[in-house]
Design a protein around this ligand. Structure first.
Ligand SMILES: Cc1cc2nc3c(=O)[nH]c(=O)nc-3n(C[C@H](O)[C@H](O)[C@H](O)COP(=O)(O)O)c2cc1C
Length: 187
């Protein structure tokens, strides 16, 4: 059976450059025979400990999608040198015990293969990629070595509102796709 990689995009903006980058990643994964699925986590509530249990249905559904995946690929913008709050909220939910006070059973994200990419400005996403990798390690996912691919968006991309990847950037992403497929197959 083919492997499944979930893509979690850190922006819900309609014309999101990172969604566009994730579309390119998904197409490339599919060409390599891997099923690429977008994780729709728009309806996740904000995690507040007073309402964490009983677990909201949206959270149960997302956890089940993650449980059934072979890998998780974060594609996120850089917000002030880090990841957007909505992505942190998703990862916070995934990092928590499914049963209240059960700190023995591994969480749904424990040991899951992860990687990240980002389309950003002149920083080439350096800071968000560093921070997201630190977080992915902290919550005990199995993070692929390296900090992922950071795409510096061109003037044309900013002006037209449409992400234009250069051939070199496409090659970098293609390489990350191949590496990640190898990584999830090692398990
Ligand atoms: C709150 C906020 C902070 C931002 N901080 C950064 C930043 O630190 N580095 C950067 O390259 N771009 C930054 N940007 C610009 C984003 O790269 C830009 O808005 C981009 O379009 C967001 O990604 P998206 O198109 O996938 O939604 C910031 C944007 C917002 C809204």
């Amino acid at each position: 059976m083919s492997k499944t990689i979930l893509l979690a995009v850190g922006s819900f903006r309609k014309q999101s450059f990172n969604k566009s980058l994730a579309n390119y990643i998904a197409e490339t994964l599919e060409k390599e025979g891997v099923t690429a699925k977008f994780l729709n986590y728009r309806n996740l509530p904000i995690l507040e400990q007073d309402t964490e249990y009983p677990t909201p249905q949206e959270v149960i559904d997302i956890r089940n999608e993650v449980r059934n995946a072979d890998g998780l690929w974060i594609v996120t913008p850089e917000y002030n040198g880090s990841y957007p709050a909505l992505l942190k909220n998703l990862l916070d939910w995934l990092s928590r015990p499914e049963k209240q006070f059960d700190f023995e059973t591994p969480t749904v994200i424990n040991g899951l293969a992860t990687t990240a990419s980002s389309a950003a400005g002149s920083t080439k996403a350096k800071f968000v990629l560093e921070n997201v990798h630190t977080l992915l390690k902290y919550i005990r996912t199995n993070v692929m070595t390296g900090n992922g691919v950071g795409i510096q968006m061109s003037q044309e991309t900013w002006q037209t509102g449409e992400l234009k990847l250069t051939e070199e950037q496409k090659e970098q992403i293609n390489e990350q796709v191949l590496q990640f497929i190898k990584f999830i197959n090692k398990k």
